[in-house]
Design a binder for this molecule. Structure first.
Ligand code: ZN
Length: 157
């Protein structure tokens, strides 16, 4: 069977019901099935849903952004940072081999800062309200690229 491109609206809430993120004010999000564009738990839930029915989905952290990993928290000398005026909560990218990782500053000492490379949602159980807007067969180009194109998908410039 040809892989599908699924377009959906979502509202993400935390355990208290406060909205963290939502697509409702803009375009729905599109993803190519099986390409890892969205978290696994959400893809599994969407694969069983019909178009146009809004549904609540609970996703445990292991099927979302994974467990919180203490080994991704590390200290670096302040002099290694791109900017000397860092503040708590500042985010920047660090090179890790060929990859870039986003880290957040979680502690600052006189000569040392603590950086946390965990995803901000790591270790959190997530609550989504989702509604599928459309489903269609992926184009050969999308299959070759490994992501959805068009509305809500990847735009090449
Ligand atoms: Zn592409």
């Amino acid at each position: 069977m040809t892989k599908q491109v699924v377009t959906f609206h979502y509202t993400l809430t935390d355990s208290k019901g406060d909205v963290i993120d939502s697509s409702r004010q803009g375009e729905p999000l599109a993803f190519l099935e099986g390409s890892g564009q969205i978290i696994p738990g959400l893809e599994t839930a969407l694969s069983k849903m019909e178009i146009g029915k809004e549904q609540k989905v609970q996703i445990p952290s292991k099927d979302a952004y994974g467990d919180y990993d203490k080994s991704l928290v590390f200290n670096v000398p302040k002099s290694d940072l791109p900017s000397q005026g860092v503040k708590l909560g500042d985010m920047f990218e660090v090179a890790e081999g060929a990859n870039q990782r986003v880290v957040v500053v979680t502690a600052i000492k006189e000569n040392e800062v603590t950086l946390d490379a965990n995803h901000p949602m790591a270790g959190k159980d997530l609550s989504f309200s989702v509604e599928i807007v459309s489903r269609r067969n992926a184009t050969p180009e999308e299959l070759a690229h490994g992501h959805a194109h068009g509305e809500g998908g990847h735009h090449h410039h």
